[in-house]
Design a protein. Structure first.
Lengths: 219, 219
DNA sequence: GTAATAAGTTAGAGTATTCTAACAAATTTG
DNA sequence: CAAATTTGTTAGAATACTCTAACTTATTAC
């Protein structure tokens, strides 16, 4: 059974994987806020446990077992976030830190019960998919708001960043998942977008913000 | 901040303390399922952190800080047990293992919210008192059923042991907190008690069982 | 295509937690 | 009270995870 530390490495590897499923050691070290030698030695031990394929100077790749393990931890994290929001009344900006700890609990019944109480949700409060209990993830094909064109109407469906600061920013603008947005114009200068929605006839979103908002195009 | 390991030592010291607040090293080691030298070295480090008073060959005593720290961990444990039973539908025999892990989570808001949702309970599902958020414990003066006399009517109010096996035994006899019991007789031979309650006109409880059932005498 | 830079590795060490073996102090028992 | 037993201690070592310093390999940039 993986230690909490190992679980954090698996999760980071999963989240940092590029389209080829590869992660560089320095990205991993940076993501986990540890030194390069620490990550290096830990990766060797993860390899011994069969969770990572590793060859000197090559990018890291999770094995199938490593991917499943990681997905199941992420499942616990996202179920917990959903539970905290839907059943305990927390704001979406408050739940990450708590879930970061709860995800390491080994108690299948506990998470099963959350799942039942939530009606087997498929996405978490930030729109990210919740892996099923076999570690399989349903992929959605959302596009970043930053790629949308003036005139389009879209629905906010997920985020690619869920930091407290970002979520608080969205709260301050009353932007929630499900909100319908009309793309009014784009500033060629800084690529910011002007949008309207609900009681906000005109709101400017910087490129940094709009590329982190995933949307479904309605028309 | 105490590590999970340290927290477990503090909790064990708290729970094992006799009326003088003392614990022997061997009891501690036994309670935590570690070797005597392990407990010994850990206790030295707890002393350095100011949580335990320790002198060679003398019994261990928690400092005021250690007591408070321990009580706050026990608070988290018992709140969690109550939450699992009342809000998530678990049986009282299922919650200890989960709470054993949840108690180490550092997230005041999480436990505050549980407390609120539960209406600020003062006892856990096994009748044990829940320390307040300052680590103060309300003491109750219940007596063990084993000390009761034939003819008395009592109400089951708490348990001094909450092992899964014991709780499952109680479930099998439909004995729950709040149940009113009539003490019918005591066998001089093995000190077992014969009692009646609800749909059980006659049930024999061994001394081992009856001394673990705390009751309030009604008449 | 070499020089500079970035990325990765090795060596050596520190802290936390655990163990076994060997010994010492305290307590119990006849 | 001396012997036997229990309890507690020290020494030395192992594992997990972390670090800094020094070095090597790979990549990038002229």
């Amino acid at each position: 059974m993986a230690s909490s530390t190992e679980e954090n490495y698996l999760k980071a590897l999963f989240n940092l994987s590029n389209s080829l499923g590869e992660v560089n050691l320095s990205e991993l070290a940076h993501g986990l806020q540890v030194s390069l030698p620490t990550a290096n030695s830990m990766v060797k031990s993860l390899q011994k446990s069969g969770w990572v394929n590793y060859e000197k100077y090559k990018p890291l790749i999770l094995t199938a077992a490593g991917q499943k393990e990681a997905a199941l931890i992420i499942r616990k994290h996202r179920l917990t976030e959903m539970f905290l929001v839907k059943k305990m009344g927390f704001g979406w900006e408050e739940v990450h830190e708590i879930a970061e700890q709860v995800e390491h609990i080994h108690a299948p019944k506990f998470f099963q019960r959350m799942d039942e109480m939530l009606g087997f949700p498929t996405i978490d409060p930030h729109g990210s998919p919740i892996p099923d209990n076999q570690g399989r993830i349903q992929e959605f094909s959302y596009v970043p708001l930053s790629s949308c064109k003036p005139g389009q109407t879209v629905q906010l469906t997920a985020l690619t960043n869920s930091s407290t600061e970002f979520l608080e920013f969205l709260n301050s603008r009353k932007l929630a998942l499900g909100t319908q947005l009309n793309v009014l114009s784009r500033e060629a200068y800084d690529l910011s977008l002007v949008v309207s929605y609900e009681n906000h006839p005109q709101e400017t979103l910087s490129e940094k913000v709009s590329e982190r908002l995933l949307v479904r195009v309605l028309e």
